[in-house]
Design a protein around this ligand. Structure first.
Ligand code: NI
Length: 165
């Protein structure tokens, strides 16, 4: 399968704000997309990348927190515990990091590349990445977690990112 490096959509692109559709069946087209998402994520040294970030509004994301590639299709966070604030960046919003408060432990139910439904409990960085990428599938971005005062601080920078996209 040919993995292609894809163009990452930048803040201001409408596909980052759409709700992505459920994948009915993981077939060759989805596997091709997954391979390309992984290739693109590694190229940009990201720890996660969601399909809407390459302009495809389907519920698929990839991640690698140092233990090898992971693929999540139609993810649903079914349990949450605890709460922690961590700084997050996003390949679609270059140069911006936001302190985001999220549950520290989660369980996610998802489909894998073989159309099998799996469940996994995640902590630490993986729990964080899964929540960040699941947000992408719902059209939500880290800047949506900014307080009003913080929003004012980032306004100019976000306008500049949007102008360059
Ligand atoms: Ni992101």
């Amino acid at each position: 399968m040919m993995a292609t490096k894809l163009k990452i959509r930048i803040y201001g692109d409408p596909c980052l704000r759409k709700k992505s559709s459920l994948v009915k069946d993981v077939g060759p087209a989805e596997r091709q997309l997954i391979a390309s998402l992984l290739e693109t994520m590694y190229e940009y040294k990201g720890v996660g990348l969601a399909a809407p970030q390459v302009g495809i509004n389907e519920q698929i994301f990839v991640a690698d927190v140092g233990a090898g590639p992971l693929v999540f299709i139609n993810p649903k966070i079914i349990r949450k515990k605890g709460s922690v604030v961590l700084e997050e960046g996003c390949l679609s919003i270059p140069g911006v990091t936001v302190g985001v408060k999220r549950p520290s432990v989660i369980s996610v139910r998802y489909l894998n590349e073989e159309n099998r439904t799996l469940e996994r409990e995640c902590t630490e960085l993986l729990a964080r990445v899964i929540q960040h990428e699941t947000d992408h599938l719902n059209g939500k971005l880290i800047v949506d977690y900014l307080s009003l005062a913080q929003k004012r601080k980032f306004k100019k920078q976000l306008k500049e990112i949007e102008a360059k996209k």
